[in-house]
Write a protein that binds this ligand. Structure first.
Ligand SMILES: Cc1ncc(COP(=O)(O)O)c(C=O)c1O
Length: 395
């Protein structure tokens, strides 16, 4: 039987594809520190579970395709507080930021259309664009330049008659980049000059470790109707399993098209939306505490990696990942070897091989992405394990 070509070309997730090796290592009794995935271990605020318990409806019915007003109002209030004025109609609730990204790509791309993305990028972008039959046009960024964007002229050279959108993750997964106001203004100029939409994936907005203020693309007034923000409670409130995110945009045409996709899937999960609405009442002290914790974890992992001979990386300013270049030719083989053949005191680590974070063939082969969503002591052990593994790796 032959299925759709797009399904065959859909890339496997580099974050999850080595999990069978991880499971096999666990079954041998080896402890594996899971640095491959961005699963926060911080407790989800209790308000979420209390809202679920308080539900006393007798029928778990369908809800609005746009999402529950109770949650939408909380999101509008949250955005107004961060100086991005919204109305109810500017928000559509989705099954995680993932569904929001998927719909955005389906709306943006006809077959063969192009989306410009700084690479390395979050690998699901490639899957969503492939399923929309679009193509990625990468802006290659490097650790040496702090993963910052090249000059505006360089980016403008990538524009063709098929270019439809620019997609950025800010703060960035996997690089930890936080784009400056100037960089975002340059993207705004390019978008205006070429009639493009900008998809701003800002699911890590609260995870910024710099003292200077964070700029959202939603803060740039002159592109108010050219920006679609992808958001989620997964990281903000450590609620990945709730699967609640949203699309935010002032572009009425985009939102009316997005609503048709939302209608076709019925509605987002009801109870989880009630839980999510309660999460938006979480005191700001929770966010501050989590931010401080992650900043300390970042320092531990970054300082640890810097001390390993041959490892090259840049201190991330946001999110909770480090993209590191290792002194190996093939990082995927190295990670598999760490899971299959290596252990230090019956412990090893998993990491995501870098190649799947790039669209340019051959890039990222020596790189891995590591998440620091783990306890500090575990991160210290993980660094020790990596250093030892690199020193004895036969590959
Ligand atoms: C950059 C980025 N965007 C979007 C998502 C999707 O998040 P979710 O679907 O859990 O809301 C993730 C998840 O890791 C991510 O790293």
């Amino acid at each position: 039987m032959q299925f759709s070509k797009r399904s065959y070309v859909l890339p496997a997730s580099p974050i999850r594809k080595l999990e069978p090796y991880l499971e096999e290592a666990l079954s041998r009794g080896v402890k594996v520190y899971p640095l491959h995935i961005g699963q926060p271990d911080v407790e989800t605020p209790k308000g979420y579970f209390e809202a679920l318990k308080a539900y006393n409806g007798k029928v778990l019915s369908y809800g609005r395709s746009q999402g529950e007003l109770k949650l939408i109002d909380k999101i509008v209030e949250y955005y107004n507080n961060i100086k991005i004025p919204l109305e109810r109609k500017d928000v559509l609730i989705t099954n995680g930021g993932s569904e929001a990204l998927h719909y955005a790509m389906l709306i943006v791309c006809d077959p063969g259309d192009e989306v410009i993305i700084p690479e390395p990028f979050y690998p699901s972008y490639a899957a969503f664009i492939a399923s929309a039959l679009g193509n990625i046009v990468p802006i290659t960024t490097k650790a040496e330049d702090g993963f910052h964007l090249p000059a505006k002229d360089e980016i403008a050279k990538l524009i063709t008659s098929r270019t439809k959108a620019i997609l950025i993750s800010n703060p960035g997964n996997p690089t930890g980049i936080v784009y400056s106001r100037e960089e975002l203004e340059s993207l705004a100029d390019i978008a205006i000059q070429n009639n493009l939409i900008i998809i701003a994936d800002e699911v890590y907005r609260e995870f910024v470790y710099m003292d200077s203020p964070y700029t959202s693309l939603g803060h740039i007034d002159r592109i108010r109707d050219r920006v679609v923000i992808v958001d989620s409670i997964s990281k903000r409130y450590s609620a990945c399993g709730a699967r609640i995110g949203c699309l935010v945009s002032k572009n009425e045409e985009f939102m009316s098209l997005a609503l048709k996709y939302c209608q076709s899937r019925g509605c987002p999960p009801l109870l989880e939306q009630l839980g999510a609405a309660a999460l938006y009442d979480t005191p700001i002290s929770y966010i501050r505490k989590v931010n401080k914790e992650y900043r300390e974890r970042r320092d531990i992992l970054f300082e640890g990696l810097k001390s390993i001979p041959g490892v090259i990386c840049k201190q991330p300013d946001g999110a909770f990942y480090i993209m590191a270049k290792l002194p190996v030719l093939d990082a995927e083989k190295f990670v598999i070897w760490m899971l299959q053949d290596f252990a230090l005191d019956d412990e090893t680590i998993s990491a995501a091989p870098g190649e799947g974070f790039y669209a340019t063939p051959g890039l990222g082969k020596s790189e891995i992405r590591m998440s620091y969503a783990l306890q500090k002591e575990d991160l210290k052990k993980a660094v020790r394990i990596l250093a030892e593994a690199l020193s004895v790796y036969p590959g």
